[in-house]
Design a protein around this ligand. Structure first.
Ligand code: ADP
Length: 254
């Protein structure tokens, strides 16, 4: 099997904390791949190491057959990354942002213009084309962030919580575009703690807790007949309410 992303032994330590503690990943080409885990599990740190933004203390990653560290530039040309809060230039409009991103990537201006027009249309950003990014809603920020990440037509797109806090219309626009990208042969990797989205979209999922992989497989293998949310809570250690706890709650005397 061909892997779009292959990571071995990724480690990142902050002081005493091993935020990522030896993560291996094998992400098949053309898959929709979910990285699940509770808050603070190490998902973002892992993504930043995969995408060439954060140098691991140990381990390495391959993206599209290119070793990311210590020279991440080539790998960056093969991937697009949409962080949780996309870092954009706030004094630009969406068309200007796309043009600028294309120029930074050294793309042909005619290709940038053609793709930018199409992306603005598909991402439903045409009406706000004169607005500065500083005035964008969260949904618009996520949409333009995805446009910037897709402009150079990467082989792999990596997203950190792409659907977090988005309304259903915004989420649908992003999902449709990701499905389209995947249908053309691209690989989608995204981190999320929203399990129904992971269950609905992903072929495979890895569950990370406290910086380590605790499970990996197809969604069915991980869910084992339950919904993914219940499987997830079992895997990462949720706590059931015990008999006798919170007995005062909703017990009114009048
Ligand atoms: P997740 O994305 O799963 O919520 P993160 O990768 O953001 O988790 O964080 C993993 C752990 O590393 C958390 O405990 C977080 O507080 C810590 N951490 C992340 N980045 C830094 C940093 N730059 N400095 C110190 N601690 C960090």
């Amino acid at each position: 099997m061909e892997f779009a992303v292959h990571a071995t032994g990724l480690v990142k330590t902050y002081g005493e904390l091993r935020a990522v503690d030896g993560v291996d990943l094998q992400i098949p080409q053309g898959s929709f791949y979910g990285i699940a885990g509770p808050n603070g599990a190490g998902k973002s740190t892992t993504l930043r190491m995969l995408t060439g933004l954060l140098q691991p203390d140990a381990g390495n990653a391959d993206v599209g057959g290119v070793t990311v560290w210590p020279n991440p530039l080539k790998a960056k040309s093969l991937l697009g990354f949409v962080p949780d809060n996309p870092v954009l230039f706030e004094r630009l409009t969406a068309p200007e942002m796309l043009q600028y991103a294309g120029m930074l990537r050294g793309m042909n201006p005619a290709v940038i213009a053609e793709r930018a027009t199409e992306l603005l249309h598909v991402l439903d950003l045409e009406d706000g084309r004169d607005r500065l990014i500083a005035d964008f809603s969260l949904g618009m920020l996520k949409r333009i962030g995805l446009g910037v990440a897709l402009l150079h037509n990467p082989r792999v797109i990596v997203l950190d919580e792409p659907f977090g806090a988005l309304d259903p219309v915004n989420a649908q626009v992003i999902e449709d575009l990701l499905q389209r990208f995947r249908a053309g042969g691209g690989t989608v990797v995204f981190a999320s703690h929203v399990m129904d989205v992971v269950q609905r979209l992903c072929d495979r999922v890895v569950v990370i807790a406290q910086g380590r992989v605790v499970a990996e497989g197809t969604v069915d293998e991980i869910a084992q007949g339950r919904n993914l949310q219940d499987a997830f809570v079992d895997l990462v250690g949720g706590r059931d309410l015990a008999e006798g706890e919170l007995t005062w709650l909703s017990s009114w005397s009048d």
